[in-house]
Design a protein around this ligand. Structure first.
Ligand code: GDP
Length: 839
């Protein structure tokens, strides 16, 4: 080591020369002038002196750091709070004092060597060399730290920059780093550990500290350092800087967190709530046998399992929290409420003039003044009259109406029921009445074709009165208007009647609110992408709004009115086409304008997942078996039935018998009924009204079957009146369950009929569904109505008799003692199965 003069030494340790000289004198050294040389041993003597002199004042080794305590509150899971006490430590290091550092280092090295030797001996004794080494390291670290602490503390305590002392803290780490590479991070970890313990039991810790100041803390820290090392603290590069920075380490004691799990949660979110790495959750899931990715969405049950396995408490969030939040955010207070135009749907029997009426109104009222006329057909339009505006949903037919209602949307305020005066009340007229009544929508009757000489409007009044649609002049509340869609008679009166009805309804809207509406129809346009026709029901919809539509969302890129003209905004009761959604929503889906895309996406995704469950839930509640249970649950004591029969007589007989089945608590309501097969419209009505579907000697058509299947409706076929009554009785008392039900195995369609001298009529068939079996009972259906029941005489493929024929194959079928088979008939093969009680 190079020798230095007193002056140089004073500079190095940043002390006035005089003061240093005085200290040297007190230490018994001969130096009197600034330019005298100080040898190593002299420096050592000075250090020893200073140590001793300060040691008188401070009997024990001191800490190396300054601490600053901060206390903060950490919120966990919204409800839980934890006080976190963080102690920041600052170590003062003087790097320029190289020589002193080196000197100090040497001293420490010696100490360490001695410690290691001691450790080695211990290792021999314990025959566990590795463990001993760690022990030694720990010990050495303890000593080194203690020594360093002592020196540093001297500097602090003396409150003077004594040269030797000040450099000590820097020297200690250097020594450690040199000797025991991986131990460096542990020193930082010591700080962290202390912090961790503080958090766990800060009260205890602080009291401990008060009573036993530096030394105990210091020693304990070092002990914990070694712990940290064993836990894998050797990982990573030792960084000196780290020690004074904040760092977080997994607590050793488990912290039970409250994990909020909604209906679904992503792996990443779940991990975050549990304060573990997402990779750990992935690993855990993998062990469970289901490999997931970080962004994968877990269902509530799985997430709960994971969270509980990790030792946390689970808080299941209400299924609809997101929707509730959304509804809350959509609440709009204030804003002027103004009357809005009524929205009208035209219904009626086929060929009674629905299309003609809508066309006439559009032609005469909308096109007027529009230069280009109608360029676009968007399924809805509005007309201005002297008395106000009327919006027409241009989707004649009941299916659209009920399909929308089935989804819980109420777009229509008023139904115009078109009845041809030359024809009278027909099955679909009746159906329309049923649908309107089920939806609670008032009817205005348009008695059409009044221009025809054979028109008989009174006949219609009679017919409708029988359906409980009573004309005003007979003391009822339904307006009847005589119109001709062909020549235009009475159209203005009809509109007036509609507006009058609207006034009674007191329809209101708030134009200043954010737009809200319902989807009327949607399609995928080749050039423009998803296009949805939306009826604005409240507020104002604007171009650029972020729209959440059912389980779709998107920013409204463009808006077109019913004439295909670009518009910037649309108020209440105005139908518009919107572009910019990410998919085609369903008719009846609700549109809401939300603040930001994130929210829109979140809810849309939620709904996509939810849709499945809604369907499942419906499958539960719409079953006849469950009617009793659900009645008990929500006090809804009505069993709704949609009933179709083969003949009118049966329908009436059944309607009256079923109606008498009710008692004080339960009521049976046949909300829809008619003659003929079960159609899509029937299925929709059942769906909308939470009803069960009964087919008496009739079957469902393809459209109806699709809805029944998709929505899980309960549809039952019967051929004995008593069975229907019996089942309903049982359902009402909760006794229904164990039951013989028919299972349709296959259906063959008759494509051709041959005459065989041996078998009589042979039906050349194509199996269109399932499998046709030779030995099962069959029924012959014509227009979905059962016309014959019996069994097969023969089943052949080409020339061979076969036991079964599968879907998509042709076959020849001979029906025993039935020769009246016709092309287009269906032969249904069924079996009777015992259905286990499902209650
Ligand atoms: P929809 O099936 O109910 O839509 O009935 P359409 O509108 O297609 O009308 C069926 C037929 O009745 C068409 O041939 C129309 O021309 C005719 N029609 C409709 N309204 C009137 C009317 O007011 N007077 C006369 N004479 N014929 C009409």
């Amino acid at each position: 080591m190079t020798q230095v003069t007193v002056k140089e030494l004073a500079q190095v340790v940043d002390t006035p020369v005089e003061r240093l000289l005085q200290q040297m004198r007190e230490a018994g050294l001969p130096h009197t002038a600034a330019d005298q040389v100080v040898t190593d041993s002299e420096k050592q003597a000075l250090l020893t002196y200073l140590k001793r002199s300060h040691g008188d004042k401070l009997e024990e080794p001191r800490k190396i750091t300054l601490q600053r305590k901060t206390t903060s509150t950490l919120k966990l899971g919204g409800s839980k709070t934890i006080s976190v006490e963080v102690r920041k430590k600052k170590t003062f290091v003087k790097r320029s004092a190289e020589e002193l550092e080196a000197e100090r280092r040497r001293e420490l090295e010696e100490q360490q060597r001695a410690a290691e030797e001691a450790a080695r001996k211990a290792a021999e004794e314990e025959a566990a060399r590795k463990a001993a080494e760690e022990e030694a390291a720990r010990k050495a670290a303890a000593e080194a730290a203690a020594a360093a602490a002592q020196a540093a503390q001297q500097a602090q305590a003396a409150d003077e920059p004594a040269p030797v002392v000040e450099t000590a803290p820097a020297a200690a780490p250097v020594a450690e780093r040199k000797k025991e590479e991986p131990r460096r991070p542990e020193r930082a970890r010591g700080v962290e550990d202390e912090r961790r313990v503080d958090r766990k039991n800060s009260a205890h810790r602080s009291s401990l500290k008060d009573k036993n100041p530096a030394p105990r803390v210091s020693v304990r820290n070092v002990d914990e350092d070694a712990e940290g090392f064993r836990r894998g603290g050797g990982r990573g590069k030792p960084k000196l800087k780290k020690r004074n920075q904040h760092g977080f380490q997994n607590p050793t004691g488990p912290i039970v967190r409250e994990v909020s799990i909604g209906e679904t949660i992503t792996v990443a979110e779940l991990a975050q709530q549990m304060a573990v790495k997402a990779a750990d959750v992935v690993k855990f899931m993998f062990k469970l046998g289901s490999p997931v990715t970080i962004n994968q969405v877990l269902d509530q049950e799985t997430a709960q399992l994971v969270a509980e396995e990790f030792g946390h408490k689970v808080k299941l969030i209400s299924e609809n929290a997101l929707e509730e939040q959304l509804a809350e955010s959509l609440k709009f207070e204030g804003g002027e409420t103004v009357p809005r135009a009524p929205v009208v749907t035209v219904m009626g029997h086929v060929d009674h003039g629905k299309t003609s009426l809508l066309d006439y109104i559009r032609r005469t009222k909308v096109a007027a003044g529009e230069a280009g006329g109608i360029t676009q057909h968007i399924g809805a339009y509005h007309v201005e009259t002297d008395r106000g505006m009327v919006t027409f949903l241009d989707t004649p037919g009941h299916a659209a109406f009920t399909a929308m209602r089935a989804r819980g949307a109420k777009a229509t305020d008023i139904v115009i029921l078109v009845v041809a005066a030359d024809d009278g009340v027909m099955p679909q007229t009746e159906e329309a009445v049923q649908h309107a009544k089920a939806a609670g929508v008032p009817i205005v009757v348009a008695v059409n074709k009044i221009d025809k000489p054979e028109a008989n409007p009174d006949n219609i009044k009679n017919g409708l009165a029988a359906l409980d649609v009573i004309p005003e002049e007979w003391g009822g509340d339904t307006q009847f208007v005589h119109v001709s869609a062909k020549v235009g008679t009475g159209i203005d009166e009809l509109l007036e009647a509609v507006l009058l009805q609207a006034e009674v309804l007191e329809l209101k809207a708030t134009p200043s609110a954010p737009g809200r509406g319902v989807v009327i129809e949607s399609r995928l346009d080749k050039g423009r992408g998803p296009v949805a026709t939306v009826l604005v029901q409240d507020g104002t919809l604007r171009q650029g709004d972020m729209a959440l539509v059912g389980s779709n969302y998107g920013r409204i890129r463009a808006m077109l009115d019913e004439n295909g003209k670009q518009i910037k905004e649309a108020g209440p009761s105005i139908p518009v086409e919107i572009l910019g959604l990410d998919g085609t929503p369903d008719a009846g889906d609700e549109l809401t304008v939300v603040a930001d895309e994130r929210k829109a996406r979140e809810v849309a995704l939620f709904r996509q997942g939810k849709y499945r469950e809604v369907k499942l839930a419906r499958q539960q509640s719409a079953k006849l078996e469950n009617i009793f249970e659900s009645m008990g649950q929500d006090e809804k004591k009505t069993l709704n039935i949609v009933l179709k029969t083969d003949v009118r007589g049966t329908l009436e007989a059944l309607q009256s018998s079923l109606a008498t089945l009710g008692n004080d608590e339960v009521q049976v309501r046949v909300i829809g009924g008619g003659v003929g097969g079960i159609t899509e419209s029937d299925a929709n009505l059942a769906l909308a009204s939470n009803a069960v579907l009964f087919g008496f000697n009739v079957r469902a058509d393809a459209g109806a079957r699709k809805i029944v299947e998709q929505e899980g409706l309960d549809m039952r076929y019967y051929n004995v009146i008593y069975d229907i009554i019996d089942d309903v009785k049982k359902a009402l008392t909760g006794m229904l369950g164990s039951d013989v039900r028919e299972n349709i195995l296959g259906v063959a369609e008759v494509r051709d009929v041959f005459r065989s001298p041996k078998f009589g009529a042979i039906a050349g068939c194509m199996v269109i569904e399932g499998t046709v079996y030779r030995n099962r009972p069959i029924r012959v259906l014509r227009d979905d109505v059962v016309i014959f029941e019996g069994e097969l005489e023969s089943l052949r493929r080409f020339k061979d008799d076969v036991a079964e024929v599968r879907s998509g194959m042709e076959c020849g079928i001979g029906v025993k003692s039935y020769n009246d088979v016709q092309v287009g008939d269906k032969i249904e093969v069924y079996e009777k199965v015992q259905v286990a009680r499902s209650l």
